[in-house]
Design a protein around this ligand. Structure first.
Ligand code: ZN
Length: 401
């Protein structure tokens, strides 16, 4: 039970503890109101209230054991809409998932609409891709929607600058993000006070049961702007910090330059989240630069287009070379798909247009991403991360495709 002697402000929404560090790589535990999350962690993306192609039982199974998944504010707000989700008692109950949920703010999705949206100081106006209606998303609306969704980790509403944006353009965008972060924080606090005792979420003795709020560092590839964005974001004060606006068309070397510059300057006692990145090798490389949390659509999206991620690199199941291949997708993977099915069978399913192809490839891909993170955590805890990283990269480099 909550200690009623403490005011909500005095009890944090989440706790983060670093339990081991190997050079810049850290292994930790995030304690949320819905269970503990060991880091570094990969969060499967559940865009519209579903991690596409996979049942929640499987996400919870020992094969995958995902501790936290993502929901997209933009998509859920447009369809089914917050009234439907509120009526169900929040997003967890609506989708049937009792573990932690992180929701993004919708900022990236509306930004991705390109010429279909209009950004002003107040927020972003755009046309819904669902019914063509004119909609308006702002820091206040995003916080209201995320409060209604009841996610455990809420993201501030931010603006993303294109990877190739000029210094001037990026600075304008970054400063807007800072002003939106301040507005997000005050709107968030207002909604938390309203919902403080709704009793919707399970909570533990030393957590307030409130939602947690993460700030986002922007600034494209301009390191001085990234540093300033970080300073301004930390000054506002958040439960965790994210690096946004990467993997949006910039060079990979630029992406790692930004991560290297920013991650280690982020508060050591808060989780560091790299948004929307990336391949298994990107994840391992970012962990080596001090990042704790990741999300990406690659394992699910590519699974649906016939691409498998393996310890020896990517494999395209459509290729004729797999027609009679009796081996599993990945000979060193222990997932239920690799234990049971051959490449030959998976290729047959895919070419026949069977939906099971997408389901099985998605399952394996998620298992591979989550298992990679599990091995990353173990290697950091045992002080073997540099060796793990070297061998992981060598094996990927040795792939036959
Ligand atoms: Zn597998």
């Amino acid at each position: 039970m909550r200690n009623t002697n403490l005011k909500n402000e005095e009890v944090p929404a989440l706790r983060f503890e670093v339990v081991a560090q190997d050079e810049a790589a850290r292994a930790g535990v995030i304690k949320t109101r819905r269970g503990e999350i060991e880091t570094p962690v990969f969060m499967p993306v559940g865009t519209a209230g579903t991690v596409k192609g996979i049942r929640f039982e499987e996400l919870e199974s020992t094969d995958l054991n995902a501790r936290v998944i993502l929901g997209n504010t933009y998509h859920l707000w447009l369809r089914p809409g917050i009234e439907v989700i509120k009526a169900a008692g929040g997003l967890h109950r609506f989708i049937g998932w009792n573990r932690a949920l992180l929701t993004d703010s919708g900022g990236f999705q509306v930004w991705s609409l390109g010429s279909l949206r209009k950004i002003s100081e107040e927020g972003t106006e755009f046309r819904s891709h669902v019914d063509g209606s004119l909609r308006f998303l702002s820091p206040e609306v995003s916080m209201e929607v995320q409060a209604a969704l009841g996610s455990d980790i809420v993201m501030v509403f931010d603006e993303c600058a294109p990877g190739q944006a000029s210094h001037e353009e990026t600075q304008r965008s970054m400063e807007l993000t800072t002003r939106w972060a301040r507005r997000s924080k005050s709107a968030f606090d207002r909604f938390q006070n309203e919902e403080a005792d709704s009793g919707r979420a399970n909570t533990t003795d030393d957590l307030s049961g409130r939602q947690a709020l993460f700030g986002i560092v922007q600034g494209a590839s301009h390191l001085d702007l990234r540093r300033r964005s970080l300073e301004q974001t930390v000054e506002i004060g958040f439960d965790g910090y994210a690096i946004g606006g990467l993997s949006v068309g910039e060079e990979k070397s630029t992406m790692f330059e930004v991560i290297e510059e920013i991650a280690l300057r982020m508060p050591r006692d808060r989780p560091r989240y790299l948004m929307g990145v990336g391949t298994p090798e990107d994840l391992v490389e970012a962990v080596a630069r001090g990042v704790d949390m990741f999300d990406c659509v690659l394992p699910t999206r590519n699974g649906r287009t016939g691409q498998a991620f393996t310890s020896r690199g990517k494999l395209n199941i459509k290729n004729a070379q797999f027609a009679k291949d009796p081996r599993p997708l990945d000979e060193s993977c222990q997932c239920s798909v690799c234990r049971r099915h051959s490449r030959s069978y998976l290729r047959h399913l895919y070419t026949a247009g069977e939906m099971l192809a997408s389901i099985l490839l998605t399952h394996h891909n998620l298992a591979f991403f989550l298992d990679t993170m599990r091995r990353v955590r173990q290697s950091i805890r045992s002080g073997d991360f540099p060796k793990f990283r070297r061998e992981f990269m060598e094996r990927l480099g040795a792939n036959g495709e």
